[in-house]
Design a protein around this ligand. Structure first.
Ligand SMILES: *[C@@H]1O[C@H](CO)[C@@H](O)[C@H](O)[C@H]1NC(C)=O
Ligand SMILES: *[C@@H]1O[C@H](CO)[C@@H](O)[C@H](O)[C@H]1NC(C)=O
Ligand SMILES: *[C@@H]1O[C@H](CO)[C@@H](O)[C@H](O)[C@H]1NC(C)=O
Ligand SMILES: *[C@@H]1O[C@H](CO)[C@@H](O)[C@H](O)[C@H]1NC(C)=O
Ligand SMILES: *[C@@H]1O[C@H](CO)[C@@H](O)[C@H](O)[C@H]1NC(C)=O
Length: 235
């Protein structure tokens, strides 16, 4: 069960629900399927399932090869103050996760000197996308084709950089992946929508684009032209 400290927005709630369902499936009914990978966001509390069956007489948890829990006792490590174990499920509960906690956790156990199957899970801690900026870079009217070429750009922001983000642009009847999108359209208005997502969050933003026949005013069209005209009238 993954619980962010401030599960406020719809996105966070959805992510929480997804993780809850994942854990429910994993932990319910002694399912033999254990997650190979667990995605959480910075600051979350995460329960890493041992995926074990009953009858354990000895056990330990390892993180990247180092023993961090032996027979349910938390050993000195960088996790010491943040780990709690469950003596029924042998699950490991880690709170206040950071990006540096990303790595492989392994649960090793035996029943009366017979080794039981080992469970290994990779924990991936990602920064949630906090803000997204969708904008028009430029817009050019092509008088020969009677069309506009509009360049759109989407940027997702986190408090730290270095996270991989997927971008999807949808406008008119087109859908395109990638942060930058070249949209060719005829005269008229359109709303472009960009969705940025990473394994722990998703955010969307819209931008209004306007394609005008601007043959007379030097071959540019769209928002910028409209704005500069407005400024001329104001001052
Ligand atoms: C351990 O897990 C069991 C089963 O999910 C739960 O009922 C119990 O409350 C947990 N105990 C602790 C200390 O978290
Ligand atoms: C519009 O922006 C795109 C992407 O930055 C660039 O490749 C293109 O040359 C620009 N077009 C004009 C007319 O400035
Ligand atoms: C765009 O405007 C020019 C100049 O007013 C005109 O000659 C041309 O026919 C227009 N093109 C379209 C597609 O309306
Ligand atoms: C989108 O619609 C235009 C006409 O409205 C059509 O010419 C074009 O082929 C369509 N593009 C796709 C990807 O369906
Ligand atoms: C981006 O999308 C691809 C294909 O859907 C997926 O495999 C990949 O994990 C995604 N990456 C991120 C950072 O969400």
């Amino acid at each position: 069960v993954v619980l962010g400290p401030q599960a406020s927005s719809g996105t966070q709630a959805t992510a929480w629900l997804a993780h809850f369902l994942l854990c429910f499936v994993v932990l319910g009914a002694n399912s033999p399927t254990c997650p190979k990978r667990i995605d959480v966001k910075v600051g979350d509390k995460v329960e890493i399932p041992s995926c074990s069956t009953a009858g354990i007489t000895e056990s330990y948890w390892k993180y990247e090869g180092d023993k961090i829990v032996q027979d349910l006792q938390v050993k000195p490590s960088r996790f010491k103050e943040r780990i709690v174990t469950n003596d029924t499920t042998y699950n490991l509960i880690l709170s206040g996760v950071t990006q540096q906690d990303s790595g492989t956790f392994g649960f090793f156990s035996s029943m009366e000197n017979n080794q039981l199957p080992t469970s290994k899970m990779s924990l991936s801690v990602t920064e949630a996308i906090t803000r997204i900026d969708a904008r028009e870079i430029n817009s050019t009217w092509d008088p020969d084709a009677s069309k506009c070429e509009i360049w759109l750009k989407c940027t997702a922001l986190h408090s730290e950089s270095g996270n991989s983000v997927n971008y999807t642009w949808t406008i008119g009847n087109e859908t395109n992946t990638g942060a930058t999108f070249r949209y060719v359209t005829t005269e008229g208005e359109d709303t472009g929508k960009c969705t940025a997502s990473n394994p722990v969050s998703e955010k969307s933003a819209s931008v209004q684009v306007d394609c005008r026949n601007s043959t007379q005013d030097g071959g540019t069209c769209g928002k910028q032209t409209g704005l500069s005209v407005l400024f001329i009238y104001l001052f």
